[in-house]
Design a protein. Structure first.
Length: 459
């Protein structure tokens, strides 16, 4: 058996009321189309085709290199879409899996079971179905002697058919040749004037072929047609991901308020607190405590590190480092082992060396800090001259006084210090104290002079 996949992604998604194509809306960091592609991961398919239509170029640009996109134009229904898709499949494919591009809750294992059941039964077609308490709006699976005899759309169903709870999910496995033959006999004799893929079932049955249905859990049958359904799908996927990590030994203290994207890697023994969103290629090592209120994208958090109330993008947090509260780590921020970035600190393109601290109220940009240095409150490395960025170098065991401005490019040597309130424009040698501020001058009687001046101006 050589499997090919056709994903239907041509629709506009009118009920989304969005300029973005429906299949490019995201669930937990992945587009709906990406979820559809990931669902086929266990099939080892020989060929995968995505049928596009609305904003075809935009959708095609998101497809991986090993996926073929074909345009359905005009869009004449699901049967026509599959007919277009089959033409782009590898000729060696003999079994065709068809699924919509807006069903992110299908488990890969369920799709694998569907294909295996199809192969073992030797059917012309096998349908993925679910049983719903309220099947309103769904096509009903009509059975005869256990096998499927027809799929009847809700709008075309009679009273007896409307009472059926088993419904079609629009996910199928077909024998390729029998599918091709049946599609040539599909007509537009329905209230939409379209070629229904569901009509293929009746055509196959009429020809004496076997059609089966395999039921899966109800949640897998959910499609996304509006933002409410998108939120429902997101909540289910978040719950699945969090359950997986908790079983693997990660402590998630409030799963309902924690979002972990599928590409994230967590180590057993790590702890995730509420209102945390871990995105992209973020990783969290054992013993790390993340949250509450952390937004981390493509960042790594080391063993035993603590991160709370922070935003991180492409940042690296070393073992036992401390971040937060209210910290912003921008791309290229690196905290080495035991380093600290504290309250209201922003770091970008900089390395904070082992055991060094930027405790509060500072901006560190394009800077290299050595080991065991302390950066005083309200320090700024002034890295931009309006045209170019420049680097600052701060050595080891340095003490930067509060409210110091370091005008890059500048270097502060090992064991050096700066006086509070200084504007440092020249290098400070090893072991030296750099001070750049004017002498203090007190003006006696200043308050009384101001009062008298104000009284004179009001007279």
């Amino acid at each position: 058996m050589r499997v090919g996949v056709v994903i239907l992604a041509a629709g506009k998604g009118t009920r989304m009321k969005s300029d973005l194509p429906k299949v490019l809306h995201e669930v937990c960091g992945r587009t709906l189309l990406d979820w559809a592609l990931s669902e086929t991961a266990l099939l080892a398919s020989q060929s995968t085709v995505v049928v596009v239509g609305h904003q075809a170029d935009t959708v095609t640009e998101t497809c991986p290199d090993d996926v073929t996109a074909v345009v359905q134009e005009p869009q004449l229904g699901t049967g026509h879409a599959v007919q277009v898709g089959i033409t782009a499949l590898d000729p060696s494919v003999d079994t065709v899996v068809v699924l919509p591009g807006d069903m992110p809750l299908i488990r890969p294992s369920s799709l694998r079971t569907l294909v295996d059941s199809h192969a073992s039964a030797g059917s012309a077609a096998t349908i993925m179905s679910v049983n719903l308490d309220d099947p309103t709006g769904y096509g009903r699976i009509v059975r005869s002697d256990g096998s499927v005899s027809a799929i009847v759309e809700h709008r075309d169903a009679n009273d007896e058919e409307l009472s059926i709870r088993e419904v079609n999910t629009s996910v199928y496995v077909f024998d390729r040749q029998q599918l091709v033959d049946a599609l040539t006999r599909v007509t537009t004799d329905n209230d939409q004037g379209e070629y229904y893929l569901t009509d293929v079932v009746g055509i196959l049955v009429e020809a004496g072929a076997s059609v089966e249905a395999v039921s899966v859990p109800e949640d897998e049958g959910l499609g996304v047609n509006d933002h409410s359904q998108l939120a429902t799908a997101t909540a289910e996927i978040v719950a699945r991901i969090n359950h997986h990590w908790m079983v693997e030994g990660v402590s998630i203290t409030d799963p309902a308020r924690t979002i972990i994207e599928p590409s994230v890697a967590l180590a057993p023994g790590s702890t995730i607190h509420p209102d945390t969103w871990l995105k992209g290629e973020t990783s969290v090592a054992s013993g790390a405590v993340v949250g509450p209120q952390v937004d981390a994208v493509d960042s790594s958090i080391g063993t035993g590190a603590t991160v709370r109330y922070a935003v991180m993008h492409e940042a690296t947090i070393g073992d036992r480092a401390i971040v937060g509260p209210y910290t912003y780590l921008r791309p290229g921020a690196v905290l080495e082992e035991g380093a600290k970035a504290g309250a209201f600190v922003e770091i970008k393109g900089s390395t904070v060396g082992k055991g060094s601290k930027v405790p509060h109220l500072s901006y560190i940009g394009d800077t290299d800090i050595g080991e065991k240095s302390n950066i005083g409150a309200a320090t700024v490395t002034v890295n931009y001259d309006g045209f170019r960025k420049h680097r600052t170098k701060i050595g080891s065991r340095v003490r930067i006084g509060s409210d110091t401005m370091l005008i890059a490019p500048v270097e502060v040597g090992d064991d050096a210090a700066t006086g509070a309130g200084s504007v440092i424009t020249k290098d400070v040698p090893d072991g030296a104290l750099g001070i750049a501020r004017s002498d203090q001058r007190n003006i006696d009687g200043y308050a009384e002079k101001r009062r008298k001046r104000a009284e004179e101006e009001t007279d």
